[in-house]
Design a protein. Sequence first.
Length: 476
Amino acid sequence: MFEAQRHIILRMEKAYHHMLYFIHIMTRTKGMNRVIFSLVALLVVGMQFVVAPAVPAGAISPAAYYGPPASDAFSYGTNTTYFYNFTYKMTKTGVVGLPVTIDRWIPTLTNRTILNVGSSIYEQEFRIISQTWTSGSHTEDTDDFGNQFHIFSIPVAGMTTWTFNVQGNLTLRDITWKSQSSVTMGSYNKTDGLYSLYTAEEQYINKSFPLIQTRAVSLNNSNPFTAARNVYDFVKGYLTYNGSMENEEGAEFAIVNKYGDCTEFSYLMVALLRACGIPARVMRGLVIANSAGAAVSPDYRAAVGTKWRYYLTAPDGNKNHVSSEMTGHAWVEYFIPGSGWILSDPTWGNVADYGSRIDNIHVPYVAGVWIGQGISPAIPSPNPTTELSTLPYIFYIYDSLPQTVSYEFTIIHQELSPTLWEQILDFIIKNPLVILGIVVFLMIVVGIAAAIKRRKRNKAYYGNDNTYRERLTFSI
């Protein structure tokens, strides 16, 4: 028998026994006592159905290990669909000494964080409408971390301006994941490749640093949801945001100096999670919000037609000339057996609760610190097959070609989360018996209050029984 059905039957059985008990009591009471017992009976029996205890989740089967989460293990907020328009352009004017061909590795949006397999629902869904380029060979490949790339080999001869354009619909869902009490640290398959990859130590994520190890011991818990919440709460409260940092510093720097930008917040949270034994990784991408320097002004319920643009200009091929109406950002994913990857943003933790939640304006492009491992042709790097994921940049061999990159997001559909009054109305429509019970309860309370008031008023008027009898005798 399914666990939920078993709990419903148990609640019905409990309600039945409560009813028998109160009927027994009421047959032996009279007047006001009977009314009071009737009221208590109504409340106790009704609460068996209104307040349903949490149903413990069953053991995590191998098929369910990687998620997606059960439908009641997360909740939706505002869902937003954007028209996405990406353009990359480079020119050859005035540049000499180029090779016969030049290469570009361009990250692409993709579906991320599965929520429902049967309906193919993701937290981030991307549907390509069109993609065009001027010339050259084109392939797509996915690295060892699940990041997808467009790879171009472009002939230089005859090229003056080369353009690559992608248009599509991007849906971002505001999701909050719920803690599951049955999951423990013992639920992890520690022989799994995912576990070993995302609990390992790497540059910027020095999980064996003594201060990180000591803090992880105090934050850890037998339930990974609780441990992750403890880590999130610590990081968002421990670090002070500094938006003027220019270089990647990492988790060790963050825990010693107690400040950093979004990358240090994310590195420290990931390092502590890994030290606790929870697979975790840094996410890189954009935040769809108006920004001025480090200040960001998010609008989660912006009107249809609202547009944002992130653009980068590099007149000499250098990546550091940035002009933008949006901002790049880093946040965190951690893995829980049975739920899959859960998103979190400790940098924004003082704005709202992002412990196990992501909104409809975070756009992830890549996962992990180092990207590109395993793709062919490989991204040139000193590592030599991986590159630091400082997206949203295009990867290439430095060749001084002037180039521009533009990311545009325009809202074409808003599925807004319900307001408080809409939630109340929805509850009333879906729970008429509960509302009826509340109405009956209020009527009984009002009736009891009126009866008590009337009795006091009569008593004040007539006085005690002896006085009342004297008045009757006198009147006779």
